[in-house]
Each structure stands twice: as structure tokens, then as C-alpha cells.
Design a protein around this ligand. Structure first.
Ligand SMILES: C[S@@+](CC[C@H](N)C(=O)[O-])C[C@H]1O[C@@H](n2cnc3c(N)ncnc32)[C@H](O)[C@@H]1O
Ligand code: SF4
Length: 488
């Protein structure tokens, strides 16, 4: 078994995990953490940690140390995933939690793509000469479908020149329905450059709700046309994103949205519970109780299952037979196996063997600082956190809950310790309450556990993050749920 400070990767990266701060050496009563996670169910989710500028402050490297750290840390030939962020959108949906830029000019978009090209080349210089195999590659946003053909060509070319894509590495791309419906030539081009999976955001289908969310109101015909164009371009892996958990969304609205989704006959449907943190409608979170969330999850599960889509308990992507697991290969490797990933572009996140970094631009949604860094031959990194095992493990597990399960051999492989030994109290708590079971290689949510998902996920947060959750739950209890959520 490895101890703190030892190498956590089979190939032995040069940089080991950091030493935990005193805040990460505390231990809390699992029952109290579980209750806090449930009370703050809009916060305790897969988006770990709660506020990295605060909770991870002790682990932040000074700017001058970022370059030397990156030069050393990637000296490993283990598998990698890549993510390229295209932040541009026609308008900003009020619920959106992503780094998005609107009103960009064609020139700004083109400059950004050249910045991306530079950033991707730059990372290649810190990887070993025997290129690590790339097992997953997502182009997300924002709205990557806004890229021109030549901009997309530039991105694909620089990735192929500088990385070695594994044979089964699937490239996945996001689109909105209106862009897919309007652009059949673009879709054919995507296919020709090797993109194999398309994910399209429908979100909700009620015109009034779409207007309240500042989301373009596409007609239902547009959705069908988009799907027809995607299919005729030859895509055999098509996902739809649907969202639930909005204050002004009724159970009947959600049922109708799901019904509309299955009528389009995608291969997979991903249902996203609204995460309010950092969105423009954060204050509405207090209007959405856990009962409503659980009822919406049950509706989704029953309806999608009735139409032949399946997901393991707690997983948010439902797949038709033959399309499992349904997520892109980037997300699947990242979530199930904890494969490290490099994120390129504005505000993009990277998860290295012993660190997490966020690129410039997430806070200000401003392209300039990101581009300026690249022009000055600097890393476009805003914050790089050299993390201890407690935080690295918590990050991997939080994301695993996208799949409703932790893959035990992958955890052991990445951290050199079993999940049970790393989290003895949480392990006993979830098994004793039958919230989770050991199912083959997985620690798997049960039906009972899926109703308490937010409490369970918090059990695996690192102590310093649990402390924030406990403090906020205390505050919420004193001031009432509305103030509690607004304060977050
Ligand atoms: C990176 S977004 C890009 C999707 C694409 N631009 C679109 O809007 O169709 C991917 C998905 O994240 C989901 N999403 C966006 N904001 C969210 C939030 N605050 N909470 C949960 N899911 C969210 C949406 O379902 C969206 O389709
Ligand atoms: S949901 Fe999609 S279209 Fe809307 S702002 Fe976010 S990334 Fe842009």
C-alpha cells in the first residue's frame, strides 16, 4: 500500500501527491456529513470541490512554479484523455454553468482557435517522447458546432500531429439542434475528419420554460430535422441531453420532455439534474426540494426503461442495447478508470497524476488573458493545485457518481490503496445502510441509495470540503433554506 507522498501512478510520475494540510487531516462523523449533503443537495454533487479558490487554497502553486511543475509531472506513458473547449454561444442560457462567451466576432473566434493550437503544441513538449495513448477526445463547449470547417480542421490536425490517438479512441462533439438542422455539409465534414459521436442539447421542450431560461426556442420540427441530418451524415452514436430540476418545471413538463426525447430515437439520452452553483438562477435552487428531484428521477427511469433505454442505478446516461455505456470514450475513461486528462481552452480543467489545473478565463469569460499568456509563451493556467491523496481520491470518486458506482480495481490501480482502506468509515456507512452494495468490481448505488445520492457523495469528499458543507448546512439551518442556498 502506498502512503501519502508516494507515487500514485503505475508509471511513477516525477511529482508525488502533496502533503495534506491540517484541514484535510480532520475526521467528521459520517452521519453528520451525510445529513449536510442531503440538506445542501444542490451543492453536494459531482462538481467537486465546492469552491476551489477557498477549499484548495493551501495547495495552489505560485504562478512561477507552474511551468517547472508541468514539465516534470507528465513524464509518464500512461493513457490520457483530451478535452478541447469551444466557449462560443449565440446567447447564454441562464442555467448554464460552463465557461461561455457570446457576441464574439469571426476574428476573435479565429484567434481563439490559433490560441488553442498553440496551447496543444505546448503541452506536447512536456509529455514524454514515446507518446502516451489518447483513449478519449471530446470537443465541447459552449457550442463547438459554431466552428468553421477550417477551424475544426486546424484543431483535429494539431491533435493528430502531437498526440497518438488509440485505435478505439472515439472523438465526440457537441451541437445545438438549430446548428445541426441548418448545417448538413458541416455534419458530413465532421464525419470526414473522424468524429464519431454527436451529442445534442435539447434540455427542455416547453416554450415558456425555454424563454424563462433564455434558451433559444427551437421548434420541435427543428429537433427532428437535426436528428435526420445527423443520421444521414452517418453518425451511429447520437446522444441527447435533457435537463430536470428547474423551479418552474412541473413533473408533467419533464414527462413531456422525455417523451419528446425518445420520439427522436437517439442511441443514448443523458439526463442532467440542474446544478445551480455559479448559474444566473442560483437563487431558484431553494424552490426545488429533494422530493421533486427524486420524483423526476423516477419518472426518467421508468419512462426511459419502458422505451428500451437502460442505465445502472444512479447513472445519468441511458443507452439502447448495443450502445452501452453510452458516454463518450473521454468521459467513460475519465469517470470509470480515473484516466488523467488534459483540457485545452478557456477555463478548461486538467486532471494530472497529482494535480488539477484551471485555465484562465473561467471567471471573467474573457478571451484576452488566455490568449495573452499564449502569445507571451506562458502557460495559460489560472490556478494549479498540487493536491494530496485525499483530494485526488475525492475528485475521482465524485465524478464516478455520474455512473452511480465506483470501479474498485481502477481506484486501487490509480491510488495504490483499496477504496475500503482509503474510506473505512464511509464504506461501512453506505454498506450498513444498504445505500450501496459491492456488485462485482463496483461499489454500486442501490435503489434506496439513489434517493440519498447527495448525502452519499459527500461521504467521499475530502475533510476540508466536508467542513465547508457542514458549515453551510449549519448556516442554512439557522437562516432557513432560502438564505442558505443564496449564500453559496
Ligand atoms: C457543455 S453543455 C453544452 C451543450 C450545448 N451547448 C447545448 O446547449 O446544447 C453540455 C450539457 O450540460 C448540461 N448543463 C448545462 N448547464 C448545466 C447545469 N447548470 N447543471 C447541469 N447540467 C447542465 C446541458 O444539458 C448541456 O447540454
Ligand atoms: S447550455 Fe449550451 S448553448 Fe446554452 S449557454 Fe450553455 S453551452 Fe451555451
Amino acid at each position: 500500500m502506498l502512503v501519502r507522498g508516494d507515487s500514485i501512478h503505475p508509471d511513477g510520475p516525477a511529482i508525488r501527491p502533496a502533503v495534506a494540510s491540517p484541514a484535510d487531516e480532520q475526521r467528521f462523523d459520517p452521519a453528520a456529513v451525510f445529513r449536510a449533503g442531503l440538506a445542501l443537495h444542490h451543492l453536494a454533487n459531482t462538481a467537486y470541490p465546492l469552491a476551489h479558490q477557498n477549499t484548495w487554497r493551501p495547495y495552489r502553486l505560485p504562478n512561477a512554479a507552474v511551468g517547472p511543475f508541468l514539465n516534470q509531472t507528465w513524464q509518464t506513458n500512461a493513457e490520457l484523455c483530451l478535452y478541447v473547449h469551444i466557449p462560443f454561444c449565440e446567447s447564454r442560457c441562464y442555467y448554464c454553468e460552463y465557461t461561455v462567451v457570446t457576441n464574439q466576432t469571426a476574428l476573435e473566434q479565429s484567434d481563439y482557435v490559433q490560441g488553442l493550437v498553440q496551447e496543444i503544441r505546448r503541452y506536447r513538449s512536456v509529455l514524454p517522447s514515446a507518446q502516451p495513448p489518447i483513449v478519449g477526445f471530446d470537443i465541447g463547449g459552449g457550442t463547438p458546432a459554431l466552428l468553421s470547417q477550417s477551424e475544426l480542421d486546424d484543431i483535429i490536425a494539431v491533435v493528430r500531429q502531437n498526440f497518438c490517438l488509440a485505435d478505439d479512441c472515439q472523438i465526440s462533439m457537441e451541437t445545438t439542434p438549430s446548428l445541426a438542422a441548418a448545417a448538413s455539409a458541416k455534419l458530413l465534414h465532421w464525419k470526414s475528419v473522424g468524429i464519431e459521436r454527436v451529442s445534442m442539447g435539447i434540455q427542455v421542450t416547453q416554450p415558456l420554460l425555454l424563454a424563462q431560461l433564455n434558451r433559444t426556442r427551437e421548434s420541435l420540427d427543428t429537433h427532428q430535422k437535426a436528428m435526420d441530418q445527423i443520421r444521414s451524415a452517418g453518425f451511429q452514436a447520437v446522444n441527447l441531453d435533457l435537463m430536470y430540476g428547474f423551479a418552474r418545471q412541473t413533473l408533467a413538463d419533464w414527462q413531456a420532455t422525455l417523451q419528446h426525447g425518445v420520439a427522436l430515437e437517439p442511441d443514448t439520452i443523458t439526463v442532467y439534474q440542474m446544478r445551480y452553483k455559479l448559474s444566473r438562477i442560483a437563487r431558484e435552487a431553494a424552490e426545488v426540494g429533494l422530493d421533486k428531484i427524486n420524483a423526476m428521477q423516477t419518472i426518467a427511469h421508468d419512462l426511459l426503461t419502458a422505451y428500451g433505454y437502460h442505465a445502472r442505478i444512479g447513472k445519468n446516461t441511458y443507452a439502447k442495447p448495443g450502445h452501452e455505456p453510452g458516454t463518450s470514450s473521454y468521459l467513460t475513461h475519465r469517470v470509470v478508470e480515473g484516466v488523467p486528462y488534459l483540457g485545452f481552452g478557456l477555463g478548461a480543467q486538467s486532471f494530472g497524476p497529482a494535480y488539477i489545473a484551471y485555465n484562465k478565463g473561467a471567471a471573467g469569460k474573457n478571451l484576452k488573458p488566455y490568449l495573452r499568456s499564449l502569445q507571451s509563451n506562458e502557460w495559460p493556467v489560472q490556478d494549479l493545485y498540487h493536491l494530496p491523496l485525499e483530494q485526488l481520491q475525492a475528485k475521482m470518486i465524485a465524478v464516478s457518481f455520474y455512473f452511480g458506482a465506483v470501479h474498485l480495481p481502477s481506484f486501487q490501480r490509480r491510488f495504490g490503496v483499496s477504496l475500503q482502506n482509503a474510506y473505512p468509515a464511509a464504506w461501512d456507512f453506505v454498506l450498513n445502510h444498504q445505500y450501496m452494495v459491492v456488485d462485482g468490481e463496483h461499489l454500486q448505488l442501490t435503489n434506496r441509495g439513489s434517493q440519498y445520492y447527495n448525502g452519499i457523495i459527500a461521504l467521499f469528499y475530502a475533510p476540508s470540503v466536508q467542513a465547508v458543507l457542514l458549515e453551510q448546512a449549519r448556516h442554512q439551518k439557522q437562516s432557513g433554506p432560502r438564505d442558505g442556498m443564496a449564500a453559496s
